[in-house]
Design a protein around this ligand. Structure first.
Ligand SMILES: *[C@@H]1O[C@H](CO)[C@@H](O)[C@H](O)[C@H]1NC(C)=O
Ligand SMILES: *[C@@H]1O[C@H](CO)[C@@H](O)[C@H](O)[C@H]1NC(C)=O
Ligand SMILES: *[C@@H]1O[C@H](CO)[C@@H](O)[C@H](O)[C@H]1NC(C)=O
Ligand SMILES: *[C@@H]1O[C@H](CO)[C@@H](O)[C@H](O)[C@H]1NC(C)=O
Ligand SMILES: *[C@@H]1O[C@H](CO)[C@@H](O)[C@H](O)[C@H]1NC(C)=O
Length: 402
């Protein structure tokens, strides 16, 4: 009898201790999630690097990062001083040039003082691409494909079908200005497979689209200026109960308009604003737990969206709206830097969206590839004469021009 009573006592004690431990655990878990969920860009970038590291752990990263280190080594520089396209075009060119440099064992640099020194906004991350002054009397090759579609095609053919590494070996320094994907053809080139194999890529990595998230993060980290401007948006997502609000992003690009008088005219975008707003109102759940982020090439559209949704529910990054390649001469150099800052900051925000509605544009397409912490294709939509859900790498848009 006494035995039974002390047994019951012990059992109750165990329950109480178990209960206390459980409460303690729960508390420390919620403490942990509060700490790790501080929603700022630095944290997001660290989490992203960690995931990329796992996803690409089979890749020979040291081949990407440990190229020749001497200033006298042969080099390949991505150069953008004029006529190099918007940020989407430039990212295509930069990542192409980087892989070509890696494959040809050249030191890689980025030279982009236009429209404002790039290093004011982005710093090298794990690869130092800071441009240097070369000694005189070096043998140079300049390739500028952005001014000539014919040259772009010739280079594409050369990189697809010949041992271009050998042909280029007579040059010390190569300067490349391009907005083409030369990664995909280079990786498939039969003549250089002995070098490509050293990267140990898997068959699904063999394209610019797949490698982009890794290459971007290896090359770039934002400056404090960019971090501050992005964090203005990200901190708005924290609500009182530590539930992160959903970020719904709209990239509405309409082409030539009063904000961008030198831009090209884009077709099939007359009703883009109405169509996107209707989609947001009908197909998405907008409530206190969500925020709309807008980036547009039109000041009028930007303001329209901010006015349409409540102040507490919509946000954009302040600053002049400029096209970084089709500049209006009326901008001062300060405005050009502020405009470029806004472009880069918008790009980082688009990488954090829970839902993303894109215009057909390299800018938002590359940004969507950085949505690694969720899934690049999670609630991803493209405006292409109407709104379509983008479902994966193999998805094809319904119209070529849209
Ligand atoms: C981001 O949050 C971390 C804490 O999680 C903090 O250490 C860091 O200073 C923050 N960064 C910025 C730029 O606020
Ligand atoms: C190369 O990749 C394969 C998987 O694709 C992996 O099993 C192997 O360990 C990798 N080799 C190295 C040296 O990392
Ligand atoms: C990784 O790349 C380096 C060249 O940078 C090469 O020497 C090495 O053999 C490669 N490793 C593997 C496992 O292929
Ligand atoms: C904005 O907020 C006001 C009052 O808080 C509310 O009456 C109105 O419906 C809201 N508008 C939208 C578009 O949510
Ligand atoms: C939006 O909702 C309508 C009506 O439910 C549906 O027919 C349409 O397919 C949805 N659009 C997308 C892109 O999912």
């Amino acid at each position: 009898m006494r035995c039974l009573r002390s047994y019951r006592f012990l059992l109750t004690l165990c329950f109480i201790i178990g209960f206390i431990v459980l409460i303690y655990r729960l508390c420390s878990i919620s403490k942990k999630t509060t700490v790790s969920s501080i929603n700022n860009l630095s944290n997001k970038i660290n989490e992203r690097l960690h995931l990329l590291n796992q996803q690409f752990q089979h890749v020979n990263i040291s081949m990407l990062l440990d190229g020749p280190s001497s200033d006298r080594s042969p080099s390949l520089t991505y150069r953008c001083r004029k006529w190099c396209g918007g940020w989407g075009d430039r990212l295509r060119g930069i990542t192409s040039a980087f892989i070509l440099a890696v494959l040809s064992k050249r030191r890689f640099y980025i030279d982009m003082p236009y429209p404002c020194e790039l290093t004011k906004l982005l710093k090298p991350n794990l690869y130092n691409w800071h441009p240097i002054e070369f000694e005189a009397n070096r043998n140079q090759l300049r390739i500028e494909t952005t001014r000539s579609p014919q040259l772009a095609r010739n280079i594409y053919e050369k990189i697809s079908l010949t041992n271009f590494i050998k042909d280029w070996s007579i040059y010390d320094d190569i300067y490349l200005t391009t907005n083409s994907d030369y990664i995909t053809p280079a990786l498939a080139n039969k003549h250089i497979q002995n070098i490509v194999q050293l990267l140990n890529l898997s068959s699904s990595d063999m394209s610019q689209a797949r490698l982009f998230p890794l290459l971007y993060e290896l090359l770039f980290q934002p400056t404090d200026q960019v971090k501050n401007s992005v964090d203005q948006v990200l901190t708005k997502l924290n609500n009182d109960n530590n539930i992160r609000k959903q970020l719904i992003c709209l990239h509405i690009r309409v082409g030539k308009n009063p904000t961008m008088i030198h831009d090209k005219i884009l077709s099939y975008r007359d009703t883009i604003v109405e169509d996107i707003v209707e989609f947001v109102d009908k197909n998405l759940t907008l409530n206190k737990q969500s925020i709309i982020f807008i980036t547009s090439d039109s000041m009028k559209i930007n303001q329209y969206i901010l006015n349409k949704y409540n102040k507490s529910q919509s946000i954009s990054i302040p600053g002049p709206i400029i096209h970084i390649d089709r500049l209006s001469t009326s901008y001062s150099s300060t405005e050009q830097c502020q405009g470029f800052l806004k472009v880069i900051s918008d790009f980082y925000v688009l990488g954090e969206c829970d839902t993303l509605i894109m215009s057909r544009s390299g800018f938002s397409e590359w940004a969507s590839r950085r949505r690694y912490l969720i899934n690049p294709f999670h609630q991803l939509y493209l405006y292409c004469r109407g709104i379509y859900q983008v479902t994966g790498h193999k998805w094809r848009r319904p119209h070529v021009i849209c």
